[in-house]
Design a protein around this ligand. Structure first.
Ligand code: NAD
Ligand code: IPM
Ligand code: MN
Length: 348
């Protein structure tokens, strides 16, 4: 029996509703594969912020550093500005633990009606740069409240930071369909994006077997809707990858099913697994949340921990329930969170 210590951060809103189903599924699948989990639960959230003035304690990252992985629900709630809650919890964890790859697979699943006429067979993965780029603390505001007020937000791209995530994307493509599409905007953004393109071209030269495409982010967004099957691995900056992953998830039916792995590929620090979606205040507390994004993220965690067969079993159960017609409302079904979870657990 192998036992893993998991740091559990449910966070806010439906984050607290989708993690228990993911945990139950991990435990059930684990039993069949001689894997066990112990969970340390951390109440880091907007509620904590309102009560104690901080999303997590100052030594938060140190407290979860020695865990084998982090499982997170979602962060953000009305009443706490989003940039305060996210820069107080999610983003510092990604950065402290050098989780510079955010891996976001998208598949059209059997039994899931997407919004497009024909998206059958879509199977792609967004590789999002996760610790630099457009997400930066550098900048400021001047002349608050005056007619001449201005805000400046710097984007920081480093050769090392871009190279390592693009290398990751090419190496991943070599295990899939050998095709990488780089998201750029070097026609409008004249310093960082030409730099990005240059680095991508250099990495592409080192991977002659992988087909390389480059698309401006605007055209890429359109192509993702019109011809989603033509993509395999899409690599993008922090912001472009963020937007593309919600778009691609919607093409596949719902952002409620989309998983994410925040990876520290060197394994010097724990990696963090979380659904792509947020805390969804509009449906929170109603039992409507689709827990599949969290479940699939848990499968990515199993994979990362070295248990691909257990991960495949977990996904077979979660996807199988959909093929049986048990679906939550975001997928056009009538099941609630608990009902879909039961159907999945029954299949394990
Ligand atoms: P959101 O993802 O929370 O919700 C967008 C829409 O998708 C809503 O209509 C919601 O009901 C629906 N939805 C999302 N997840 C679903 C699920 N599992 N099942 C069914 N429907 C689902 O995005 P938002 O509204 O932009 O953000 C709400 C809050 O979450 C904000 O505070 C935001 O900053 C935060 N957020 C956090 C994360 C994170 O922690 N990783 C990610 C995105 C947004
Ligand atoms: C995500 C989220 C976060 C991000 C927000 C909430 C800061 O949208 O994980 O996709 O942009 O990284
Ligand atoms: Mn996002």
């Amino acid at each position: 029996m192998t036992t893993y210590r998991i740091a559990l951060i449910p966070g806010d809103g439906i984050g607290t509703e989708v993690l228990p189903p993911a945990q139950a599924l991990l435990d059930a699948v684990g039993r069949r594969h001689a894997i066990a989990f112990t969970y340390d639960r951390f109440d880091w959230s907007c509620q904590r912020y309102l009560a104690e003035g901080a999303m997590m304690p100052p030594d938060g990252p140190r407290r979860i550093r020695d865990h084998d992985a982090v499982l997170l629900g979602a962060v953000g709630w009305p009443g706490v500005p989003d940039h305060v809650s996210l820069w107080g919890l999610l983003i510092p964890i990604r950065r402290t633990f050098q989780q510079y790859v955010n891996l976001r697979p998208v598949k059209v699943l059997d039994g899931v009606p997407g919004p497009l006429r024909d998206a059958d067979g879509v199977d792609l993965v967004v590789v999002r740069e996760n610790v630099e780029g457009e997400y930066s603390e550098i900048g400021g505001r001047l002349g608050r409240g005056t007619p001449d007020e201005l805000a400046v937000q710097e984007a920081v791209f480093t050769r090392k930071g871009v190279t390592r995530v693009v290398e990751y994307a090419y190496t991943l493509a070599a295990t899939r369909s050998n095709h990488v599409t780089s998201a750029t905007k070097s026609n409008g953004i004249i310093h960082t994006m030409p730099f990005w393109d240059e680095i991508v071209a250099g990495v592409a030269d080192r991977h002659p077997d992988v087909r390389s495409d480059r698309e401006h982010i605007d055209a890429l967004a359109a192509k993702l809707v019109l011809a989603p099957r033509t993509f395999d691995v899409i690599v993008g900056s922090n912001l472009f990858g963020d937007i593309l992953s919600d778009l691609a998830a919607a093409v596949a039916g719902s952002i409620g099913v989309a998983p994410a792995a925040n990876l520290n590929p060197e394994r010097e620090f724990p990696s963090m697994f979380e659904p792509v979606h947020g805390s969804a205040p509009d449906i929170a507390g109603k039992g409507k949340a689709n827990p599949l994004g969290a479940m699939w993220s848990a499968a990515m965690m199993l994979d990362h921990l070295g248990h691909p067969e257990a991960a495949a079993d977990l996904l077979a159960a979660a996807f199988g329930a959909l093929s049986d017609g048990v679906r939550t409302a975001d997928l056009g079904g009538t099941a609630d969170t608990a009902g879909y979870t039961r159907a999945v657990l029954d299949r394990v």
